[in-house]
Design a binder for this molecule. Structure first.
Ligand code: NDP
Length: 419
């Protein structure tokens, strides 16, 4: 029996909420709160006939801590699931602390306005200390560790697929397969085709900021930063086929490096088609990916937000997207003194996701782990207080829940390694 407040009602939240409603013995009451209440009402009306979960809705501006506190005080949830945008992570964490409620999200904090001088001063200092320059990093949320510990609360960070399941795969490899992990390659392949020349499969603003940032990887105790898209590999993915993939900076590398200090190298690769890359480079060259406001005919606009308004809504890609995703981790290391390799991944079919919950596989592969993470917290399987990432918890019940609720794992003990 639990009451959960979900903030956000976009592509990922729609899947997470739909899956919570499938587990109505645990998620007995759910409030869907977002900026646009009509979307929450429409989703609640769609789900209500097929679930025992009691669903209510609310309007909230999650940039405003006081509005959040009022909402949390009035609803009295056991857990707040932040599935809005990374911009809102800190305000929602502040509100959870003020109200004494557990917190979780699917992506680490980044500021909406990266030109804000107050934020930039801190960011530039952190770039020097950390050795990578992507806008998103864990330091902002790790700064809340003591506050959550002192309050006896949990903040579970980044519980989607990557970050999220990929870290559970690391914990699983360490627990069951390898005594020592030497290298980790996280491979994120989307073999889906939506038929558009250019569209992003989750929030365009967040997606394009992530992909256009300089790439970086962890090697021998430090970061190596490279120009965006400058390391390319090919890989033949199970059930998808041969794809080009590019090394990106990705947030879970930072926490895995901290939690598995013996690992010598951690890299993250994502597949991209040539059309996506050509469009992105062109948009970047003409300034359309900028987050700095410009004046246009007397009105201030942010180029990347204007671009978002022009691109297809990721939620609308569901019926059009065909093909599969394949996301997982390849490990090298040692077991009982012998060299060993291990690959664990999930394959997910876009059309099957659409048939089940009306969303494409990118929203599905993020929303299902969000529900499963909430399930771990609400059923007492994961209990450590403080601010934590997924690899810090027992991976077994989480991977069992993923197997059960739509994202089963596949394992290989003799994978082809990435060069
Ligand atoms: P969408 O843009 O589809 O949805 C975002 C939702 O948040 C919308 O409902 C939006 O409301 C709401 N929202 C935005 N700002 C506010 C605000 N100030 N107050 C209240 N609600 C607000 O995004 P996605 O569903 O694609 O992504 C959701 C999250 O999942 C993001 O943080 C993304 O980075 C993360 N993600 C994580 C992945 C992983 O594997 N870990 C993979 C993919 C995504 P409105 O409808 O009014 O716009």
């Amino acid at each position: 029996m639990s009451r959960v407040l979900v903030i956000g009602c976009g592509g990922v939240a729609t899947v997470a909420i739909s899956k919570c409603c499938q587990v109505d013995s645990v998620f007995t009451e759910l409030c869907i709160a977002s900026r646009t209440k009509e979307k929450c009402d429409a989703l609640a009306a769609k789900l209500a006939p097929n679930t025992k979960t009691k669903i209510t809705t609310a309007q909230v501006d999650a940039d405003d801590v006081n509005q959040l506190i009022d909402l949390i005080h009035s609803y009295q949830p056991d857990l707040v699931m932040n599935i809005a945008l990374p911009y809102q992570d800190l305000t929602i964490m502040d509100a959870c602390l003020a109200c004494g409620v557990n917190y979780m999200d699917t992506a680490n904090y980044e500021p909406e306005d990266t030109e804000d001088p107050k934020w930039r001063a801190i960011y530039e200092k952190r770039c020097e200390e950390k050795g990578f320059s992507a806008y998103f990093d864990y330091s902002w949320q790790w700064a809340y560790r003591k506050k959550f510990e002192d309050a006896g609360l949990i903040a579970l960070l980044g519980c989607g697929f990557d970050p999220g399941v990929t870290q559970a795969y690391c914990a699983y490899a360490k627990k069951h397969e390898l005594d020592i992990i030497d290298t980790i390659d996280i491979l994120d392949c989307n073999g889906g085709d939506h038929g558009y020349a250019f569209a992003t499969n989750f929030n365009p603003e967040i997606n394009l900021r992530e992909v256009s940032a300089p790439g970086s990887y962890w090697e021998d105790g430090h970061w190596v930063e490279i120009p965006a898209m400058s390391i390319k590999r090919e890989y033949n993915f199970d059930q998808v086929g041969q794809k080009d993939m590019y090394l990106l900076h990705h947030e879970e590398i930072e926490s895995i490096a901290e939690n598995f200090p013996e690992v010598q190298r951690i890299r993250f690769f994502m597949t991209f088609g040539q059309s996506y890359l050509d469009h992105m480079r062109c948009l970047e060259d003409v300034g359309m990916l900028s987050t700095a406001p410009i004046l246009y005919e007397g009105k201030e606009i942010v180029p990347i937000q204007f671009l978002k308004a022009l691109l297809p809504d990721p939620a609308s890609l569901g019926p059009r997207t065909k093909g599969k995703t394949n996301i997982g981790c390849i490990f090298t290391g040692k077991k009982d003194g012998q060299d060993k390799t291990y690959y664990i991944y999930n394959v997910c079919d876009h059309q099957e996701c659409y048939a089940e919950v009306g969303s494409q596989a990118i929203s599905y592969t993020t929303g299902v782990p969000a529900m499963c993470g909430a399930l771990m917290l609400l059923t007492g399987k994961w209990t450590t207080v403080g601010v934590h990432t997924v690899e810090e918890f027992d991976p077994d019940p989480f991977l069992e829940a993923l197997d059960q609720y739509g994202l089963p794992k596949t394992e290989s003990h003799n994978p082809v390694l990435v060069g």
